[in-house]
Design a protein around this ligand. Structure first.
Ligand code: PMP
Length: 426
């Protein structure tokens, strides 16, 4: 089967609303390598959008899932529960990035995690307002897309967003938005649109993923924590992209020193299997009446055993440390590229641990981030044998989401391909 044939069939059979970053089709994958149907091999720095911190088909994940498949694949936790769900909840409660008792509920997708975190906050506070940040991404379902801070392409064609969701600017030093500006905007919001007593939750990504790998300054998170405490608002950390060792800690919010009330998790939680969840303070988590939360597939037994293996792998393979090491390697290479005049102009690397991104800059436009610059580099990278994603409000950022289990030689090979993709064509 050829890529071009599949692309034709895909375009005929599948709507363009679900966009695909590459025009090649997967055949098989292992750790940080992926082969297409024509036998072309790629280094994978995308990890299926931040899902594969332990790589494709980690043998321990495969073993756990295979064993589960000899027993049962599905009962629905809501029909007949199983131990792996409970054990996973216990393990996640034990590593919750806040003090005190925790409880965990499991779902399937990241959007369900963020939506349900808000449902829990609404039930716990009896309020409906939600505040999120510009450029943030929380999913594509109705409430999640209302919270997502980008109109195009996530909201434009879909009618009015759900009410009672408000946005304030995410600080971005490079673009002239200070923490003070963000907090001032929050004050204006409280003055003009929604009293703090009507707000159930503030949701924030400790590091924006789709929005451009922008780190939330710790001063902002600290101020939000204070504001939430002052007004009885619940603080939700969306760790869907930044969680599970990506930043060198289990959760990115741990770098800030503040404690959220609820944490949305998904993606790398289950090493390639669809699983998500909300970890929260136990008293909040029990505010919802039985039946108010759930989903047929939520906490699938396949996902649960995969996640238990992932948590073991993170500890046994010391992936927190490895994440920091890999991040150092990547940042050093990016810094080196900035000195070169045979390569495209790029910004300094930003991020924490192995959650590293950089912008492509436009020398003809005062070195501003170049619209679609990251996208163009990703296209060239594929030709050089690397799958890598862009992000950022204008597609200006290149982001690295290499599996933390990738050996150094594979990381070097991927970075060599990325360097090739940055070459200026004259
Ligand atoms: N939150 C964040 C921070 C994300 O990065 C994403 C997915 N990119 C989501 C929520 C939504 O996850 P899903 O696509 O699984 O619904």
């Amino acid at each position: 089967m050829l890529n071009d044939d599949l692309l034709g069939r895909r375009n005929d059979a599948v709507p363009r609303g679900v966009a695909t970053a590459t025009p090649v089709f997967a055949d098989r994958a292992e750790n940080a390598e992926i082969w297409d149907v024509e036998g072309n091999r790629f280094v994978d720095f995308a990890g299926g959008i931040a899902v594969l911190n332990v790589g494709h088909l980690h043998p321990r994940v495969v073993a756990a899932v295979s064993e589960q498949l000899t027993r049962f694949s599905h009962t629905s936790f809501q029909v007949m529960a199983y131990e792996s769900y409970i054990e996973l909840a216990e393990r996640l409660n034990a590593i919750a990035p806040f003090s005190g008792d925790a409880k965990t509920i499991l779902f399937t997708t990241g959007a369900e995690a963020t939506e349900n975190a808000v449902k829990i906050a609404r039930a716990a506070t009896g309020r409906s307002g939600v505040i999120s940040f510009t450029g943030g991404f929380h999913g594509r379902s109705a409430l999640a897309s209302a919270m997502t801070g980008k109109v195009n392409p996530y909201k434009r064609q879909f009618g009015p967003a759900l009410p009672d969701v408000f946005h304030v600017p995410f600080p971005n030093a490079e673009r002239g938005i200070s923490v003070e500006d963000s907090l001032k905007a929050l004050d204006f919001l409280f003055f003009a649109d929604a009293a703090p007593q009507s707000i159930a939750a503030i949701i924030i990504e400790p590091i924006q993923g789709e929005g451009g790998f922008n780190v939330a300054p710790p001063e902002l998170l600290k101020a939000l924590r204070t504001i939430c405490d002052m007004h009885g608002i619940k603080l939700i950390a969306d760790e869907v992209q930044s969680g599970f060792a990506r930043t060198g800690k289990m959760f990115a919010v741990e770098h800030s020193g503040i404690e959220p009330d609820l944490v949305a998790i998904a993606k790398s939680l289950a090493g390639g299997f669809p699983l998500s969840g909300v970890i929260g303070r136990a008293d909040l988590m029990d505010c919802v009446e039985p039946g108010g939360l759930g989903g047929t597939y939520g906490g699938s037994p396949i996902g649960c055993v995969a996640a238990l293996a992932v948590l073991d792998i993170i500890v046994d393979e010391q992936l927190l440390k490895r994440s920091q090491y890999i991040g150092g390697l990547i940042s050093a290479r990016i810094e080196g590229w900035r000195m070169r005049n045979d390569l495209l102009s790029i910004s300094a690397p930003r991020g924490i641990g192995s959650m590293i991104g950089f912008d492509i800059l436009d020398p003809d436009d005062g070195m501003k981030p170049m619209a679609n610059g990251g996208k163009q580099v990703a296209v060239k990278a594929l030709e050089a044998g690397l799958v890598i994603l862009n992000c950022g409000g204008k597609g200006e950022t290149v982001r690295v989401l290499v599996p933390l289990t990738a050996p150094d030689v594979i990381i070097d090979e991927g970075l060599d391909a990325l360097e090739k993709a940055l070459q200026v064509v004259s």
